[in-house]
Design a protein around this ligand. Structure first.
Ligand code: PEP
Length: 252
């Protein structure tokens, strides 16, 4: 295993009401009571963030949001600002998830604004990038990944870049039950790390955690985590059940 600290993150998407979210958060804190060598993060829906923040008090489990606005305040109906999130104990913010890109038409420029705002206000961005099936089948995977990465990190300096978490999430693997093979994931992660070394330097590239996301389950987490450039997982469906998420947290 490499020397970066693993991060296992659960994206609950638009699931769970407040009591359900609090119950699952308590179960995750119990499952993480002895997790000293890895980080665990939960990203509940916005309505449950404050209640889950209370449930996580005293535990090492980190709180994440599923998106974040790029301004501190103002006329941005439907958005939640970085200081509003840090106010209630949010530590990380998922940015550029493929569902935001595809369903809500977020582009690289908007994702870049969101990402720079998280850094400015002390949140850690979890930047998601990934190719569609059409991109992969037409041989455009690396071109697409490079465009998304460069677009999101425009005007981000090395000292800031070091703090980000990157999530490689092939769109064809999200919620489909199709996982990238460990070799496919490692190839993409290695490509991204080399790209970061060129955009910044080797130190930055080596310190950034690159998560894999796309149908991560108890039966594929162990093999994924054996790969040199895979530093953890961003988990959707399997993060909604304590049995499966617990096994993922406790990858071997
Ligand atoms: C995700 O939501 O980022 C994700 C990877 O979902 P799933 O694990 O369900 O594919």
């Amino acid at each position: 295993m490499n020397r970066r600290r693993p991060l296992l993150a659960g994206n609950w998407k638009m699931h769970l009401n407040i009591p359900q979210a609090v119950e699952l958060a308590h179960a995750v804190t119990a499952a993480c009571a002895d997790c000293t060598d890895r980080d665990v993060m939960l990203a509940p829906p916005f309505t449950a963030l404050a209640s889950v923040a209370l449930a996580l008090q005293g535990s090492s489990v980190l709180l994440g949001s599923q998106n974040v606005a790029w301004e501190a305040q103002g006329a941005f109906t439907g958005e939640i600002s970085p200081p509003m999130l840090t106010d209630i104990g949010v530590h990380m913010a998922i940015i550029g998830h493929s569902e935001r890109r595809q369903i809500f038409f977020e582009d690289d420029a908007m994702i870049n604004r969101r990402l720079r705002a998280t850094l400015e206000f002390g949140l850690i961005p979890v930047l998601c990038i990934g190719e569609t099936l059409q991109d992969r089948e037409s041989g455009a995977t690396f071109t697409v990944l490079e465009k998304q990465l460069r677009g999101a990190l425009q005007d981000v300096v090395p000292e800031q870049a070091e703090q980000i978490v990157l999530a490689y999430e092939p769109v064809w693997a999200i919620g489909t039950g199709k996982t990238a093979s460990a070799e496919q994931a490692q190839e993409a992660h290695h490509f991204l790390r080399s790209l970061l070394a060129g955009m910044y330097n080797k130190k930055v590239a080596e310190s950034i955690r690159v998560l894999y996301g796309g149908s991560v389950k108890p039966d594929n987490i162990d093999i994924l985590m054996t790969q040199a450039d895979i530093d953890g997982a961003l988990v959707g469906g399997a993060a909604l059940s304590i049995d499966s998420f617990k096994r993922i947290i406790r990858f071997q």
